[in-house]
Design a protein around this ligand. Sequence first.
Ligand SMILES: [Zn+2]
Ligand SMILES: [Zn+2]
Length: 132
Amino acid sequence: MKQMGYILVDHRASPGLPEDIARAAGYDPKFCGEGKVFEQDTMTCSHCKSVVVKNNARTRERAKCFECDNKEGHYICDGCDFIRREPGYVHTPFTKFIDDHLAVAANPCSTRDLPTAPGVTLSGTPQKLLLP
Ligand SMILES: [Zn+2]
Ligand SMILES: [Zn+2]
């Protein structure tokens, strides 16, 4: 199964990005100035669903999760790769995270905190939202 997407940023009819803004956003300025077109493959992490623009200059190996795809392995981002190497890690693909979240959120008797993905802040359980 193909696991890549595609991004196209077209500055053929715009002034493009200033060099400092381009660098802050992670672009090479020579590809996003006035009149330029930036095209690149993207990859989606199966654990957090972040979409990562592929860096063709990368020489380090990209992480794959063979629990998500036991044949070819599914791409996971560097952050999720770090987290899965922590002691006590429990495999949590995004679909499991959503299932766990909904199981807690849909239970009116639940007093547990909702599970959160790394970097995601939720406002709390429905009970907490009703408290003054
Ligand atoms: Zn990820
Ligand atoms: Zn996985």
